[in-house]
Design a protein around this ligand. Structure first.
Ligand code: G1P
Length: 310
């Protein structure tokens, strides 16, 4: 069966962005002029999905507002002849059929996904996490959908990370020994949520994109609390992997990590540099800043006593 539904969990507390996220959902932080969540919804839509379920929570109403019409502003833009602005203001409301379910308490990603059970029913679905924005053609989620259509299995998108970073991600174990997810889908044997480097079965990390078969919901029901005292999606994936029902494949395309402030800044710079409209201006700006930095470093090195300090 084709993939008709997408689930996007947005109930996270956004603690890495405090104090900005005291009153603003982290998913509404803008990458250039669009909130991060809009890129994620657009990715699902580009894969032919028109039913999108957001798992939301406290303080997330701004996300719902973003995908609604806003007649007062629209009228103002219309009257002042700002047609392009009017178009981009109206656009989010027409993207897809959006649905919202609340996760009543923050009990982990697995618990958030479980809230989608009755909406999704007995069909495979796409799961997109908001901390990673992907751009490229075909879209990241479309790459996984294609593998699901070939194999009928759950498919998890992965990317290599340095061994020092395994503790930040779900890590895949797969076989046989010479298997390489960069060359095509490989069968997953197991997954481990955020292992220390010594315990990591590989350096291939789960990167926010999944196609899941509906048996994930039964697995989640039976999954006890895991890492951090939370119900982990990765632990439920383990159950399916041990039945030989999951494969992993490397995601292609540009990835913009918007999960913490430093990554967010890097992603903003990278996206701005690649934007044909503003790229040249940003490149000149960054080049001038770097030159200034080099000049200051050189001047500091020439100051008397600089050698002693160094
Ligand atoms: C979640 C998952 C983890 C995955 C990561 C990035 O962690 O639990 O397995 O690797 O997203 O997709 P979080 O970043 O929410 O802590």
């Amino acid at each position: 069966m084709g993939i008709r539904k997408a689930v996007i969990p947005v109930a996270g507390l956004g603690t890495r962005f405090l104090p900005a996220t005291k009153s603003l959902p982290k998913e509404m932080l803008p990458l250039l002029n669009k909130p991060a969540i809009q890129y994620i919804v657009e990715e699902a839509v580009s894969a032919g999905i028109d039913d999108v379920l957001l798992i939301t929570g406290r303080l997330k109403r701004a996300i719902e507002d973003h995908f609604d019409r806003i007649h007062l502003v629209e009228k103002h833009l219309e009257m002042s002849g700002k047609t392009e602005l009017l178009r981009i203001v109206v656009e989010p409301a027409g993207l897809a059929n959006l649905h919202y379910i609340r996760q009543p308490e923050p009990r982990g990603l697995g618990h958030a996904v479980l809230q989608a059970r009755w909406h999704v029913g007995k069909e495979p679905f796409a799961l997109l996490l908001g901390d990673d924005v992907y751009q490229g053609d075909p879209a990241a989620i479309s790459q996984l959908i294609a593998v699901h259509e070939e194999t009928g299995m759950s498919v998890v998108g992965v990317l290599p990370v340095s061994m020092a970073e395994t503790g930040r991600y779900g890590i895949a174990d797969f076989g046989p020994e010479d298997a390489n997810p960069a060359k095509g889908p490989v069968l997953a044997r197991d997954f481990v949520e955020k292992p220390d480097p010594e315990e990591a079965p590989s350096n291939w990390a789960i990167m926010g994109r999944y196609v899941l078969t509906p048996d994930i919901f039964e697995a989640l029901e039976e999954t006890p609390k895991g890492r951090g005292g939370e119900i982990q999606l990765t632990d439920a994936l383990r159950t399916l992997a041990r039945r030989g029902r999951v494969c992993v494949v490397a995601l292609q395309g540009e990835r913009y990590d918007v999960g913490d402030p430093v990554s967010f800044v890097k992603s903003t710079i990278a996206m701005a540099l690649r934007d044909p409209a503003i790229g040249p201006e940003i490149r000149d700006f960054v080049t001038a800043l770097l030159a200034e930095g080099v000049r200051q470093a050189a001047a500091a090195a020439e100051e008397p006593g600089a050698e002693k300090r160094a």
